[in-house]
Ligand binder design. Structure first.
Ligand code: BG6
Length: 298
């Protein structure tokens, strides 16, 4: 559908479909002075600006915005696998959901929030990725907070096994100055050397960080004194959390990531990863949800 057709079909106050400067079809959601932008490419949230604040989500200045390529920044939807494919190294990192063009199925207002729902079905992905039936939706709600819920329905006659992430990139003042709390006492896998540890206190950053925290259902907070704000990341349907910053050397290796951009971002990812991967019986459904809120400390 063209943006004109989308604006006619989903004629909702506070939602505008448009082509962005990269040619992506996007929807801008507004609510009481807050704004969020989602691209249909990957059902990818690219911006969340609470009223009077700077963007809570980080986007790379080097991102691709092209068919079949993932967007760098925002909230990539990683599904049906997180990280490398479980058995086929030729498959793309973090699944095919973030590479596909999703379709809009609903948009409107609900209890004061502005919402949109996008859907992914096997018909929207290339043949090489098809392996059974599914119905996956991303429902985004913008009110006083931003919620993104990935709703996975197994519509196949066999089991649906997957891992997943709402791989959220946050916009911060300086990685060396922030702290992430909410994971004290939790066991984590350091994926850089595949070792197990237990978190003591808050997380600070002095080097490349790529950690999968296990048995985590509570909220995390990014305390950012430089921007004078605290970003709270709550979740449902997730018992694992990934914390990632590539630091310098990995930034240089990634073609779609600026060499110095690691200073201004941190990923705190709401996941179904490692021991938290899921298997749905036919007819079963699972929802992975992140709820983001940002408070300034003026
Ligand atoms: C993180 C992983 O979730 O995503 C990292 O823990 C990975 O290992 C990062 O480098 C980015 O992945 P990609 O595929 O978007 O470059």
């Amino acid at each position: 559908m063209t943006v004109q057709e989308l604006n006619t079909e989903f004629d909702v106050p506070d939602i505008l479909f448009y082509n962005d400067s990269h040619g992506l079809v996007c929807a801008e959601l507004s609510n009481a002075g807050s704004k969020a932008v989602i691209a249909l490419h990957g059902a990818h949230l690219m911006s969340y600006v609470p009223k009077g604040q700077r963007d809570v989500l980080w986007m790379s200045g080097k991102s691709y915005f092209a068919a079949g390529k993932p967007i760098r920044g925002g909230i990539p939807v990683c599904w049906p696998w997180f990280g490398g494919h479980p058995s086929d190294p030729a498959m793309p990192s973090h699944g095919f959901a973030r590479l596909a063009e999703w379709e809009v199925i609903a948009a409107g207002k609900h209890e004061g929030a502005t919402f949109i729902e996008l859907v992914l079905t096997p018909g929207l992905i290339p043949e090489k990725f098809r392996n059974g039936d599914f119905l996956v939706k991303l429902r985004v709600e913008l009110g006083g907070k931003l919620s993104a819920a990935l709703i996975i329905d197994n519509t196949d006659v066999g089991e649906l096994a997957f891992s997943a992430a709402l791989h959220s990139y946050f916009n911060i003042s300086e990685i060396a100055d922030i702290a992430v709390s909410g994971l004290d006492g939790k066991t984590f896998i350091d994926t850089l050397d595949d070792t197990l540890h237990v978190q003591k206190g808050d997380i600070g950053f002095t080097a490349e960080t790529d950690l999968v925290y296990l048995d985590t259902e509570g909220a995390c907070i990014i305390d950012d004194p430089g921007f004078g704000r605290r970003i709270r990341i709550a979740k449902c349907g997730s018992r694992s959390t990934v914390v990632w910053n590539p630091w310098k050397a990995k930034s240089v290796r990634m073609p779609d990531f600026g060499d110095e951009e690691y200073h201004s971002m941190v990923c705190v990812e709401t996941t179904n990863a490692e021991t938290d991967a899921r298997i749905l019986a036919p007819g079963e459904s699972h929802t992975l949800q992140v709820i983001i809120e940002s408070e300034t400390q003026d």
